[in-house]
Every structure is written in structure tokens, then in C-alpha cells.
Design a protein around this ligand. Structure first.
Ligand code: G
Ligand code: G
Ligand code: MN
Ligand code: NA
Length: 260
């Protein structure tokens, strides 16, 4: 309960902040393609707290909906501002980095969620095509029909959809068949164990499946040069991870694309 009260204060006192982890094309030129927004809690006494330390409590207490709505608006706002500055400098719309936003199941399945997305798109002016919503298969386990409806609705506005943590859950394949996703994010556990030939076979199978289903693939948790090179060789187009780039505060993330 104490943590829940602290979280309420944190919302009121604007203690949350977003970090942005770059997502790159794994090809020769390492083009920056997007950012994943990752929440941090600037705690008055503990300093910067990672989501693992408070998202579970926020989910249990229902506060994740308020926090998540703040994340969505904040990430879209920041991205719209960045895009304005980039286009003012003549960068083509096709080169603008997208923003990928984690949506908790409870938030995603709110009856008002898609209306909220539409409102945020309109109010921030961010290009819908440059917004990606990341969900795990947890949403489909709770309510497959609602999940499909919401994914279809946001996609009808141009927003892209990603299936996060792919490969770790229960019956991912039927979700791929029934749900409209644009992107698969291979869970970082498979990348971490790439030394194991079995793990590489699973990654190959995921890449093959994704290619046949016309899904783009982002490998998560790339921590070494070798992992990045091997994934590229295997045909994985995109990646993120500490080797490529750590989550950055807004100014540092913007500086990656807006050199002085
Ligand atoms: O940044 P870190 O590795 O500590 O994140 C841990 C977990 O918290 C990840 O599973 C990530 O998806 C989740 N997470 C990070 N930011 C957000 C957010 O804004 N909303 C939700 N729902 N989850 C987030
Ligand atoms: O569950 P989700 O995929 O959203 O988790 C994203 C989390 O993964 C972020 O909180 C981020 O800090 C973390 N992360 C990003 N890159 C790496 C990495 O290379 N290694 C590890 N261990 N974690 C990473
Ligand atoms: Mn994610
Ligand atoms: Na993930």
C-alpha cells in the first residue's frame, strides 16, 4: 500500500520521466530507425528507479492505466517536437525515427484505450505512422477479441503494432495468425543464449516465420558485437540492446539525430 501511495504522489509530483533506447537497422550503415520509450521514476530519496521496481505494483493497484496514459502522451509529444526540428532541417519524413511505446495489458484493454490513442494523436500532432504500440501476448490471453478490435482500430489510423517479448509466452503462433501485428520483437533471452546452437535454430525459425508472415523483426538485448553480426547474417533487419545503445535521456536521444 505504501508503494501505491508513493506512486500516486509520483504522478501528481511529476516524478516520472522517459528514457529512449535507440533501435537500429543491423545493416552496414547502422541506420537509426526508432526509439523505445522506457519509463523511469525519479524517486525523491532513491534516485532513478527502473520499471521493474514499480510497474508490477502499479499494475496490481490499477495505477498503470494513469501512468501508461501519461507515457503515451509524453512519448508522442516528445516525438512530435523532435520531428518538427528534423523536418525544419530538411530531413525527409521517411527518415524520421519512430517511437515504440510499451502498453500494459490492463491499459490496452480499457474500453476507452483506442479513443485515448486517437485523442493523443490529434493533440500532439505526431505522425500516426511513426507511433508503434508494443504489447505482449498477455493482452490476447485475457481478451483475444478485444485485442484484435483495438489493434485493428489503431492500425486504421496508421499506428503500427508490435508483439513484444516474442517467444517467451504460451501459444504465440495462434496470436500471430489472428492478430494484426506489424513487428515481432524477439525476446532478449534468445539473444542472450545465442552461443547455444538450439537458441540460434529457434531464432532462425522465428525469422523465417516472420518473413513468411510479412512481419518485421527487432532483436532485443543485443549486448555484444558478435550477437549483432550473427543476427545480421541470419537476416534479422533490426535490433536494440546495450551494445548498440543504452536507454538515453531525452536530450541525449535527440542529440543522436540532431547533431549541433
Ligand atoms: O527499462 P527496464 O529494462 O527496467 O524495463 C523493465 C520492464 O518494464 C520491461 O518489460 C518494459 O517493457 C517495461 N516498461 C518500461 N517502460 C514501460 C512503460 O512505459 N509502460 C509499461 N507498461 N511498461 C514499461
Ligand atoms: O520487456 P521489454 O522488451 O519492453 O524490455 C525492455 C527493457 O530491456 C528495457 O527496460 C531495457 O532497459 C532492457 N534492455 C534493453 N537492452 C538491453 C540489453 O542489451 N540487455 C539487457 N539485459 N536488457 C536490455
Ligand atoms: Mn518493450
Ligand atoms: Na521485450
Amino acid at each position: 500500500m505504501a508503494l501505491e501511495n508513493e506512486l500516486r504522489d509520483a504522478i501528481r509530483e511529476k516524478q516520472f520521466t522517459l528514457f529512449y533506447q535507440p533501435i537500429f537497422a543491423l545493416g552496414e550503415d547502422r541506420q537509426l530507425r526508432g526509439f523505445e520509450a522506457l519509463i523511469r521514476w525519479n524517486h525523491p530519496r532513491s534516485g532513478l528507479v527502473e520499471p521493474g521496481g514499480f510497474i508490477p505494483a502499479a499494475e496490481a493497484g490499477g495505477l498503470i492505466v494513469f501512468i501508461g496514459d501519461w507515457v503515451l502522451r509524453q512519448a508522442c509529444n516528445a516525438t512530435a517536437r523532435l520531428h518538427k526540428r528534423l523536418t525544419a532541417r530538411g530531413l525527409a519524413a521517411s527518415k524520421l525515427p519512430y517511437i515504440s511505446i510499451n502498453i500494459a495489458p490492463q491499459q490496452f484493454l480499457q474500453p476507452t484505450f483506442s479513443a485515448h490513442v486517437q485523442r493523443v494523436l490529434l493533440e500532439t500532432g505526431v505522425l500516426p505512422e511513426l507511433v508503434r504500440l508494443e504489447v505482449t501476448e498477455g493482452v490476447a490471453i485475457i481478451d483475444p477479441d478485444q485485442t484484435r478490435q483495438v489493434l485493428e482500430q489503431v492500425r486504421s489510423w496508421g499506428v503500427k503494432t508490435s508483439l513484444d517479448d516474442f517467444g517467451t509466452g504460451y501459444s504465440s503462433l495462434s496470436y500471430l495468425q489472428n492478430l494484426p501485428f506489424d513487428t515481432l520483437k524477439i525476446d532478449r533471452s534468445f539473444i542472450a543464449s545465442m552461443d547455444d546452437p538450439k537458441s540460434r535454430k529457434i531464432i532462425r525459425a522465428i525469422l523465417d516465420l516472420a518473413s513468411n508472415l510479412n512481419l518485421s523483426v527487432v532483436a532485443e538485448g543485443i549486448e555484444t558485437m558478435e550477437q549483432g553480426a550473427l543476427l545480421r547474417e541470419m537476416g534479422c533487419a533490426y535490433g536494440q540492446g546495450f551494445h548498440l545503445g543504452r536507454p538515453l535521456d531525452e536530450a541525449s536521444a535527440f542529440a543522436l539525430v540532431l547533431p549541433e
